[in-house]
Design a protein around this ligand. Structure first.
Ligand SMILES: *[C@@H]1O[C@H](CO)[C@@H](O)[C@H](O)[C@H]1NC(C)=O
Length: 170
């Protein structure tokens, strides 16, 4: 009986979509229908419980942030030294992170961070953030082992997006 079966399968898949963590983008949901537990969508790289994608195109901070959102993800905020090491393998030039002090100069806020990990560069010459030339967005400095620096938000840099790895609940 082709028709009922198809409907039944469709129903199961819809149910799964509703139950599963499928709020952050279709690509991710497709991956979980495939039955690969914890598998990231194609072209995304898994580390721990998250999937990461490097954007090599140079964008302003807000463009980069929007680009991540368009893909059902968020601009990354490193949460540990270990995660930073992983990010440095994905991206070979300095990249944007989801932190800024646009609202209140000197009060840095990071979005979607689960832990309070901050790793501003301490030198060699200038401790960061230094607000040099009105810098209100943050980057990871690749040549300083992943320490953070403040940059003008209209600078153009690559980025890394992330989203939770798909989870199957049945
Ligand atoms: C900050 O980054 C440096 C370089 O990667 C690392 O050695 C240090 O442990 C980091 N700090 C913290 C608090 O993890």
């Amino acid at each position: 009986m082709m028709v009922p079966n198809t409907r039944f399968m469709f129903g199961l898949i819809s149910l799964h979509l509703m139950m599963g963590n499928c709020t952050s983008g279709n690509e991710m949901c497709k991956a979980s229908i495939g039955g690969r537990r914890g598998a990231c969508p194609p072209t995304w790289n898994q580390w721990g419980r998250k999937c990461y994608k490097a954007i090599t195109e140079r964008l302003t901070w807000s463009e980069a942030k929007d680009e991540c959102i368009k893909m059902g993800s968020v601009l990354v905020v490193p949460q540990s030294e270990e995660e930073t090491d992983f990010l440095l393998q994905l991206q070979q030039s300095n990249f944007w992170i989801n932190c800024n002090d646009l609202q209140d100069e000197g009060t840095w806020k990071c979005e979607n961070d689960e832990v309070e990990f901050r790793n501003w560069s301490t030198g060699p010459q200038y401790p960061q953030p230094d607000n040099w030339d009105g810098e209100h967005c943050a980057e990871v400095w690749v040549d300083q082992e992943g320490k953070w620096n403040d940059v003008r938000c209209d600078s153009q840099l690559p980025a890394i997006c992330n989203q939770p790895a798909p989870q199957l609940h049945f």
